[in-house]
Design a protein around this ligand. Structure first.
Ligand code: F6P
Length: 362
């Protein structure tokens, strides 16, 4: 068989580990020819098609490498957008002229929505979920999330020592779009005092109250993690830019810092972690997940079980049909998420009046 693999959407640590697993397992275990497609679907849309046959040499030393050797793309819209059907036709034409028997699509929400469209057109696709945001449906984890969380936790540790020396409130703004998984997991692991999430619109009174209480207890510094999509109860998410129609969240960290200083006089500093969260080598957990996802994707191709997305559910790698996923809507933290409860359990403020244990159990 001849299979194609592409990476779409924002990059993240672990993509190369997945590409390596697909190429190695495809070549070695099944004797498949594996083609790496460049720059997401663009490589299949272009004429001539931009793709390369992946050999052992291409993938032997990429396990630890950040980014994606195939390149990626996160603009340009969906196949259902105006002009999108024509693009999809060219992609399908590209798949036919390369004689691909299957296409493995490693991507997040936008890329998988486009893959779902291709599946509806009869293209034999297998999806592999990746995104630092961890916001895809049906899977407990996506490639890239663990590395991002680890960086957020490490960054908080670094901020703690300087916060403590200067008696400052350090605010760390992290990515995640409208889902707060990065802020919540990274904040807990890094020992944050306050975590502000898109799923829990916050109140400035609660934030300031927590900072004042810490001060009264003799803790003159505090660490605050703010998700880029977090917003105050009576307000809305804050966008920093609109790049070619793509709205980018950002700036809420600075707004929180301003309010805190105004209300308390405490010295504040803001760090926007930005694209550091997407760069660098994957942590071991991501290398393992990416490898397992890649292996399973190739096994599904070998069994001709197409139109499936590889997922992690309760520790097991399995698959869910694209047809069962109504929409690749962004997954959010639920009200009874165990990490949310754990955060409040260890005294982290979420910028809201703490819910009683009784209301959690209801
Ligand atoms: O979806 C991944 C992500 O890193 C988000 O967390 C962030 O809002 C966005 O991509 C940034 O996109 P860009 O790379 O276009 O700035």
């Amino acid at each position: 068989m001849k299979i194609g693999v592409c990476t779409g959407g924002g990059d993240c640590p672990g993509l190369n580990a997945a590409i390596r697993a697909i190429a190695q397992h495809g070549n070695e275990s099944y004797g498949f020819q594996v083609y790496g497609i460049f720059d997401s679907y663009n490589g299949l849309e272009s004429r001539p098609i931009r793709a390369i046959e992946l050999s052992k040499d291409h993938v032997h030393d990429i396990l630890d490498r950040g980014g994606t050797i195939l390149g990626t793309y996160n603009r340009g819209g969906l196949f259902t957008d105006p002009g999108g059907h024509e693009r999809a036709k060219r992609v399908i034409g590209g798949i036919k002229s390369l004689n691909l028997d299957a296409l493995i699509v490693i991507g997040g929400e936008g890329t998988q929505t486009m893959a779902q469209y291709l599946v509806d057109q009869g293209v034999p696709v297998i999806g592999v979920p990746k995104t630092i945001d961890n916001d895809l449906p049906e899977t407990d984890q996506t490639i890239g999330f663990a590395s991002c969380v680890s960086l957020v936790a490490d960054s908080l540790n670094r901020l703690r020592s300087t916060a403590e020396s200067h008696d400052r409130v350090m605010i760390l703004e992290v990515m995640g779009r409208d889902s707060g998984f990065i802020a919540l997991h990274g904040g807990i692991a890094g020992g944050a005092d306050i975590i502000l999430l898109p799923e829990v619109p916050f109140s400035y009174d609660e934030v300031i109250d927590k900072l004042q209480r810490r001060k009264q207890q003799g803790r003159k510094y505090s660490l605050v993690v703010v998700s880029e999509g977090a917003y105050e109860k009576s307000s809305e998410p804050h966008y920093k830019s609109n790049v070619g129609g793509k709205m980018n969240l950002g700036g809420i960290g600075q707004m929180v810092a301003h309010k805190v200083y105004e209300a308390t006089g405490m010295e504040t500093r803001v760090t926007v972690l930005g694209h550091l969260q997407r760069g660098g080598s994957p942590v071991a957990e991501d290398k393992l997940l990416a490898t397992r996802f890649g292996i399973h994707a190739v096994d599904l191709v070998a069994q001709k079980k197409f139109g499936q997305v590889v997922v992690l559910q309760e520790g097991k790698i399995t698959q869910v049909p694209y047809s069962m996923i109504e929409k690749f809507a962004r997954r959010k933290i639920g009200p009874n998420d165990s990490y949310l409860l754990a955060a409040e359990g260890v005294g982290i403020s979420l910028g809201r009046a703490r819910r009683s244990i009784h209301s959690h159990q209801q």
